[in-house]
Design a protein around this ligand. Structure first.
Ligand code: NAD
Length: 313
């Protein structure tokens, strides 16, 4: 599909990741931004990043890093970006008025079968695509940071999204090496954040009751549950940990209920800032705020190695 064109609107962190992913999969990528300096920076950064991924052995897709980078074109013209593209991935900042404005601009230029996908983390397509001529082609395709190494994409159609658009988007995500899931309808938090918030709430609860340190709470995930969850999810875990999930429920329901009844708290209206300060104090010994950037790079390099391992298994 060397001649197939994808349009990326917004060249920040997420736009650059999509550009590299699509370029690696052989697509011709047109990257647009309202800020010309940002666009220039994005082209330099994606080229350098692909070269670095190549030298680290974690680059995706086919061709050398230069060949992949050459498939990413920058443009300061939205019409040029969209012209002839079959798929648009919008990646502008998370702001409802801005998404409405940008989708209205895209709508004016879109062809009838162009898929209009938003990277939005929280906003649903029904909030910003309702009035569009091409609203049936609009949906959310939410990536997870860093998308190049964390392949999940949450596909969230609006009530007015045509079902073939949802299906085509899912197939496209599979084709480019991402891992799509499809929500049957819009839901706040999509799926990942609903699970993430449940997890954070219980971590917070354990910390507040003084049960264990912040470092030890995190260890429960990165040296315990997280290792499992990188390969099988909580439901399959239930299925495997007994003679099938029905058997699991029969055996462990009472125990699970007792634990939750005894320990769980109602949903917090706000995270308690005193607790946040105490956790930050603990983290600041090993991870002061001025070391966060280095730690993010370390995280991404570990995720890169894990993504590679999973691909090769
Ligand atoms: P970012 O701030 O890094 O990049 C946004 C880019 O959009 C900037 O380059 C900006 O110049 C450009 N822009 C602003 N207005 C524009 C316009 N009218 N037309 C074209 N470009 C415009 O933001 P990001 O982190 O890349 O996030 C983009 C989207 O992806 C948001 O909806 C965000 O919620 C979502 N998202 C972010 C993450 C994350 O972890 N950062 C993860 C998943 C999804």
């Amino acid at each position: 599909h060397g001649e197939e064109k994808v349009a990326i609107v917004g060249s920040g962190l997420i736009g650059q990741n999509w550009a590299m992913i699509f370029a690696g999969a052989g697509y011709n990528v047109y990257l647009f931004d309202v800020d010309p300096n940002q666009l220039t920076k994005a082209l330099v950064q994606t080229k350098q990043t692909l070269a670095r991924y190549h030298s680290q052995g974690v680059i995706r897709g086919s061709g050398t890093s230069d060949e992949q980078a050459a498939r990413i074109h920058g443009t300061s013209s939205l019409p040029e970006c969209l012209e002839g593209a079959f798929y648009v991935q919008e990646c502008v900042p998370e702001n409802l008025d801005l998404k409405k404005k940008v989708f209205a601009q895209i709508d004016e230029l879109a062809s009838d079968n162009m898929i209009l996908a938003s990277s939005s983390s929280c906003l649903c397509a029904s909030m910003f695509a309702e009035g569009l001529k091409h609203k049936e082609n609009a949906l959310v395709a939410h990536p997870i940071n860093p998308p190049y190494f964390v392949p999940l994409v949450e596909i969230v159609p609006a009530p007015f999204t045509r079902s073939d658009v949802t299906q085509k988007t899912r197939l496209l995500m599979e084709k480019i090496g991402q891992s799509p899931i499809t929500l049957q309808k819009e839901s706040l938090g999509f799926a990942l954040n609903r699970i993430q918030y449940a997890c954070i709430n219980e971590c917070w609860n354990m910390y507040q009751t003084g049960l264990l340190s912040a470092e030890d709470i995190d260890k429960v995930c990165h040296d315990g549950l997280g290792l499992r969850y990188a390969f099988i999810g909580p439901l399959e875990t239930m299925h495997l940990n007994a003679n099938g999930i029905t058997d699991y429920c029969e055996r462990y329901a009472q125990g699970a209920y007792n634990v939750q009844k005894e320990t769980f708290k109602p949903v917090p209206v706000m995270y308690d800032t005193d607790t946040a300060k105490m956790i930050e104090e603990e983290f600041s010994k090993s991870l002061p705020v001025d070391k966060l950037q280095a730690r993010r790079q370390w995280r991404d390099s570990r995720l890169a190695a894990l993504a590679k391992l999973k691909r090769e298994m």
